[in-house]
Design a protein around this ligand. Sequence first.
Ligand SMILES: [Zn+2]
Ligand SMILES: [Zn+2]
Length: 130
Amino acid sequence: MLSNTQRRKGSKQREKVLDIVRSTKSHPTADWVFHEVRKELPNISLATVYRNLNLLVESEEINEVLCDGQLRFDANKGEHFHFICKSCKGIFDIEETRVSSPDFKLPRGYVVKDVKIDFYGLCPNCQSKK
Ligand SMILES: [Zn+2]
Ligand SMILES: [Zn+2]
């Protein structure tokens, strides 16, 4: 059983973690979130940050994004695709409305319920840095 103090502390940490994930569009890793949270909650541990990120994913406040084998977090709950830059490894949100839906031909008998597409390439910033 958690005491009330522990529970209050827990929800304060969770709010901070959520604030930080929401403060960026960069789809941060747990390590980045940990680094940012520690500026305000110096005693927080990486394990606590992981636990809170998982809780936020479970309660559907944020999404997990697996990119290049690395787990990252996304506070953008709207429907969107990801563009992953092969140079800077940045993940950029592409609004779904800008992408016309691909017309895949699947073998008979398969019913599609959901499609996950990631785009890979160079972001505008990396293209101009050539
Ligand atoms: Zn880039
Ligand atoms: Zn996103």
